[in-house]
Design a protein around this ligand. Structure first.
Ligand code: HEC
Length: 148
């Protein structure tokens, strides 16, 4: 790679900050304690191909041996959960497995403490409009510099 043209790098950085930085945060690479909160942008706002998001949220699959089980493997703590039918959203089937693994490894007392927050968060997530994450893009300024 040739040496970086610092003048172009600076104008690229400025372009990035003006046009991109609102959505794509810059990570402080030298701070191990950094806290990264990615910006979520609704699909209708970003206008890129919706398939990656809609593919996973709308796909259904056979539940197999999970048919008749509660939607979450938490029946000891939450008695009245809906039951899975023969077909369900694929995300529900995956969620069943993931929650099952987490529950297995958790102290029941801790589990009970965090349960209402978990159920609240799950409900909130399910009602969110599909969005894409605007990933941090450290270094993209170099590309902007080429275009500058
Ligand atoms: C309104 C918010 C917003 C702005 C402003 C914005 N982006 Fe993005 N960008 C996104 C989102 C959301 C995605 C993910 C879209 C997707 O996956 O389809 C994305 C994806 C990207 C990607 C692909 C990243 C990857 O990991 O696949 C690049 C590169 C990118 N943006 C560059 C830019 C640049 C350069 C600018 C400024 C000129 C810019 N973006 C401005 C929201 C934004």
């Amino acid at each position: 790679m040739p040496a970086i043209d610092q003048t172009k790098a600076q104008s690229g950085k400025a372009l990035f900050e003006t046009n991109c930085g609102n959505c794509h945060l810059t990570i402080k690479r030298d701070d191990p304690q950094r806290n990264i909160v990615a910006t979520m942008i609704p699909l209708t706002a970003i206008g890129t191909d919706r398939t990656m998001a809609t593919n996973i949220v709308t796909r259904t699959s056979k539940t197999g041996i999970l048919q008749g089980h509660p939607v979450l493997p938490l029946s000891k703590l939450v008695p009245n959960l809906d039951k899975l039918g023969s077909q369900a959203l694929t995300v529900q089937v995956v969620r069943y497995g993931v929650v099952g693994i987490l529950v297995d490894g958790l102290d029941p007392v801790i589990l009970k403490k965090g349960l209402s927050a978990f159920l609240e968060a799950a409900k909130k997530n399910a009602s969110k409009a599909p969005s894409y994450k605007a990933r941090p893009l450290n270094g993209i300024w170099a590309f902007c510099a080429i275009l500058a």
